[in-house]
Write a protein that binds this ligand. Structure first.
Ligand code: ACM
Length: 680
């Protein structure tokens, strides 16, 4: 029967009933190249598998397929209705061991690769096609990744996510061809990996007196003894880690551990205060770099870590060191003198260099956050760029590998939709579309430097993510955008097409028990941000009696009269930020004009200290000397968790050439942010 069907399919092809398929495959990430027909091969009860690969590879693949919807009995090569998996020495058009080709005709599907990883990714492609579309279209797919490193970071310190949660995410990451899972295992909020030599790291450092980070952070930040009623948290035992590492390896994902140093280490330095400059618990976040015992501790910890994690890379943190205690510490000062280090940045760099040497001596490499560039980059280090892209690009220009995870596009702890529709997040606004728009290799980079851009990573910091359900909502579907940024060639990327495929993926993830964000009901950007305004002051010159903050210039002196309105987030390049003293600007309309309204929006989000003004004064003048006060608005600032927007405006009848808009901060000080002074 199958033979007859095969014959029929071939005949149909010959008489032209099969046409070239133009619809994109409903899979993520989009493959590099496809030449497909509208006819399909469909697996059925009679379908079998043929594997032409070394025995261990065949065994591993068979075992993996047994966990999927593509569980097939083995057959010999001549069998007609089959999935053929084949490892070849060389394949035209494929240079990556993760690449593959798929050739499909009436007799079945053939996946060919030069390495096991390529077969694995070919299988992922077939699984998605079968599950999303049914039949596999006849023709060929030629595919390989754009970047070798496609990662996600999970912050398991701020809130602990257990072994089963991690295993579940590994399944999804593998489906979308992600190949690195970076675990942020240590931070002030909890040490999450068992270290046999230093049991207090987890007996005390893994537990705290409140389950929710924000409450803990704002109420004394106390740790608790394991097993006591007030202890909330947890950690991975060494057996848990071995299980996670092995499970991930079977899915071609490498787990990269991060052990923070020299900063973000309050939990370690409360468990072992002797490694801080002052030797007092609860006082320091930075290790003492002057003390030899610190190095003994860090090397012992890293030795156990390297025994547990076979990854080439060990992430050693390096971000956001305060370095204050080093300035008054006799041991740190002595070290600086002895080593000829001119400042504390060089002292940090001394630690990173020394740790790199140790890690290299075990045959491994370090990754650090981009602060490891400060004070001199260690010779073999890979830089993870988070404070924008500059760090990564600088590292690439120095011939160091860079992994791009800029906060602007890759920090998935930000709101993905209108903040009032979502649980509290750290702030910001990073919708799926913006993540998808990221290109890790800017056009300014020449091809030699571009080679050092090793890949891309999405980061899930968990300060505001207390539950597994919430974490999955933050991960999906945005990590799928990272997956496509990391895998797919720029030429095959298209947001509308991606969004449609992401909707399919969201349904799939829901059917498998994940809790993705409901993309279908996305509210979208702040409506004002998509609707530039035209008004009397557009293009006018603006004089600032108080400067805006350079980091939030939003385009500079024209920002408040350019017609552009801001998004949900203050760092969108449209909101202009003012610290200390607030806003005091005068707009010159160029000639005297009749005006009926003058107003500006402000935003408030209290966590980053952005507040409404307490007072707004709007005045008008013909000569820029004698001003008539049009309105004085008093506002009572209420500190709460909400992101709010409010317009402070005058309406009436007036005439003049100069408009002065003053907005003063209130009792909490902090920032004022406004996007446009609209004059009508
Ligand atoms: C970081 O976000 N501090 C790396």
């Amino acid at each position: 029967m199958k033979k007859l069907l095969t014959l029929a399919a071939i005949l149909l092809t010959l008489v032209g009933c099969t046409r070239e398929r133009t619809a994109p495959l409903d899979i993520i990430p989009m493959p590099l190249g496809t030449q497909l027909l509208t006819s399909c091969f469909t697996f059925d009860q009679e379908s079998k598998i043929v594997i032409e690969a070394p025995k261990e590879v065949a065994e591993r693949i068979t075992k993996y397929l047994g966990t999927t919807t593509l569980t097939l009995a083995p057959a010999d090569e001549a069998y007609e209705n089959r999935l053929l998996l084949k490892i070849s020495d060389k394949i035209d058009g494929i240079s990556s061991p993760e690449g593959y080709t798929i050739t499909t005709d009436a007799s079945g599907v053939q996946i060919e690769a030069t390495a096991e990883a390529g077969l694995f990714y070919g299988i992922q492609t077939i699984l998605q096609i079968i599950e999303n579309e049914g039949g596999v279209p006849c023709g060929t797919i030629t595919d390989e990744p754009r970047f070798a490193y496609r990662g996600m970071m999970l912050d398991v310190s701020r809130h602990f996510f257990d072994k089963d949660f991690v295993l579940k995410q590994i399944d999804a990451l593998a489906r979308y061809k992600m190949n690195r899972l970076h675990l942020h295992l240590t931070d002030a909020a909890g040490w999450r990996v068992e270290i046999k030599k230093y049991p207090r790291l987890t007996q005390l450092g893994a537990w705290r007196d409140h389950p929710v980070w924000k409450v803990w952070w704002n109420s004394g930040r106390k740790y608790a003894e394991e097993g006591t009623p007030e202890a909330h948290g947890g950690y991975y035992t060494q057996d848990d880690i071995r299980e996670i590492v092995a499970y991930a390896a079977q899915r071609h994902i490498t787990i990269i551990p991060e052990i923070e140093m020299p900063a973000h280490s309050e939990e370690a330095l409360t468990a072992y205060p002797e490694f801080s400059c002052t030797h007092e618990p609860y006082k320091q976040a930075d290790f003492c770099v002057g003390n030899e015992k610190t190095f003994e501790f860090l090397e012992n910890v890293l030795t156990e870590i390297m025994e547990l994690f076979p990854s080439e890379y060990i992430h050693i943190g390096g971000d956001e060191a305060g370095k204050a205690s080093w300035k008054n510490c006799p041991l740190c000062q002595k070290r600086m003198k002895q080593e000829g280090l001119k400042d504390v940045n060089e002292l940090q760099s001394y630690l990173i260099h020394r740790i790199e040497k140790f890690v290299n001596s075990k045959g491994r490499q370090i990754i650090g956050w981009d602060e490891i560039l400060d004070g001199g980059l260690a010779p073999n280090a890979t830089v993870m760029s988070w404070r924008g892209t500059e760090g990564g690009l600088k590292a690439a220009s120095m011939g160091h590998k860079a992994i791009m995870s800029p906060g602007t596009h890759c920090y998935l702890d930000q709101y993905q939709d209108a903040p009032h529709t979502l649980p509290e997040a750290i702030g910001g606004y990073l919708p799926l579309k913006k993540v998808y728009s990221y290109n890790p290799v800017p056009e300014t980079l020449d091809s030699t430097q571009a080679k050092y851009i090793y890949g891309v990573q999405g980061n899930l910091w968990a300060e505001y993510i207390p539950t597994p359900e919430h974490m999955e909502m933050m991960i999906y579907p945005r990590i799928l955008a990272i997956a496509e940024v990391g895998w797919s060639a720029v030429e095959v990327k298209d947001y509308d097409c991606f969004r449609s495929r992401a909707l399919t993926a969201v349904d799939y993830l829901k059917s498998k028990g994940y809790n993705p964000f409901d993309l279908a009901s996305e509210t979208g950007n702040r409506p004002e941000a998509d609707a530039p305004v035209s008004h009397l002051a557009i293009g006018s010159s603006v004089t600032y009696a108080r400067p805006y903050f350079d980091g939030y210039a939003a385009g500079g002196d024209t920002a408040l009269v350019d017609g552009k309105r801001g998004a949900w987030n203050n760092n969108d390049g449209v909101w202009q930020g003012f610290i200390r003293g607030g806003v005091d600007v005068t707009i010159d309309l160029g000639q005297s004009k009749a005006v009926q309204s003058i107003g500006a929006d402000f935003m408030q989000i209290c966590n980053p200290e952005i507040f409404m003004p307490a007072e707004v004064v709007i005045s008008i003048s013909e000569d820029n000397e004698n001003f008539e006060e049009l309105t004085r608005i008093e506002h009572k600032i209420v500190r709460d968790d909400a992101l709010t927007f409010k317009n402070f405006a005058w309406k009436g009848e007036a005439k003049g050439r100069y408009i002065r808009y003053v907005a003063r901060p209130g009792e909490y000080g902090g920032w004022l942010f406004t996007d446009e002074i609209v004059v009508e």
